[in-house]
Write a protein that binds this ligand. Structure first.
Ligand code: 5GP
Length: 178
């Protein structure tokens, strides 16, 4: 598996430092508010699990799964809810926690879908942002790292369901993707 890696883009240490900063920032911004953090499965699961442990205010969590790339590296643009939230979000401040914003199509759909459920607010926290490939406008409120247009894996992100467990964000060798 280590032989599949071409380059580590973000190290374990860089991830931990950033997640801690984000957690502090979010805790300060939502102090005194009823915060619901929504993890978008499966890609955001590692980021989410690390991030919530740096939240120092009361918070609740819920989970949503949406379709994304399947096994390919190109977005179809079609979004499907595979698992919906379990609780009503009306009257809550919702923070969507996502792994990566690429075209923005997934988050645009999610924000519109959740906004129709009358939360008090909706904001987006993403670990990674690939602004070069944006097709839909989305307002990213918290961003860990802006990265170039490369298909990355690790720290929750997969290629064909593999590599999610890697503790860093990396690019695979071209022959793996072909
Ligand atoms: P978007 O709708 O913004 O194009 O894509 C969102 C989803 O596509 C992400 O949540 C993620 O699942 C997947 N995705 C986008 N770029 C990458 C990438 O570089 N690596 C991986 N593993 N998934 C990606």
């Amino acid at each position: 598996m280590l032989n599949d890696i071409q380059e580590v883009l973000i190290t374990q240490e860089q991830l931990q430092t950033k997640v801690q900063q984000l957690g502090r920032q979010i805790s300060a911004d939502y102090a005194g508010k009823d915060l619901l953090m929504v993890c978008i499965l499966k890609g955001a699961v590692i980021f989410f699990a690390d991030l919530v442990r740096h939240i120092s205010i009361p918070v609740t969590m819920d989970f949503m799964a949406v379709s994304s790339y399947g096994d390919a590296t190109q977005s179809s643009g079609a979004v499907m809810i595979l698992k919906d939230l379990e609780r009503n979000i009306a009257g809550k401040h919702v923070l969507i926690v996502e792994d990566i914003v690429d075209t923005g199509l997934t988050l645009k759909y999610l924000v519109e879908n959740l906004a129709a459920r009358h939360p008090l607010s909706i904001k987006i926290c993403t670990l990674l942002d690939k602004p070069e490939r944006r097709k839909a406008e989305v307002k990213v409120d918290y961003n860990g790292f802006t990265i170039p247009d490369a298909f990355v894996v690790g720290y929750g992100l997969d290629y064909g369901e593999a590599y999610r467990h890697l503790p860093y964000v990396c690019v695979l060798k071209p022959e793996i993707y072909n």
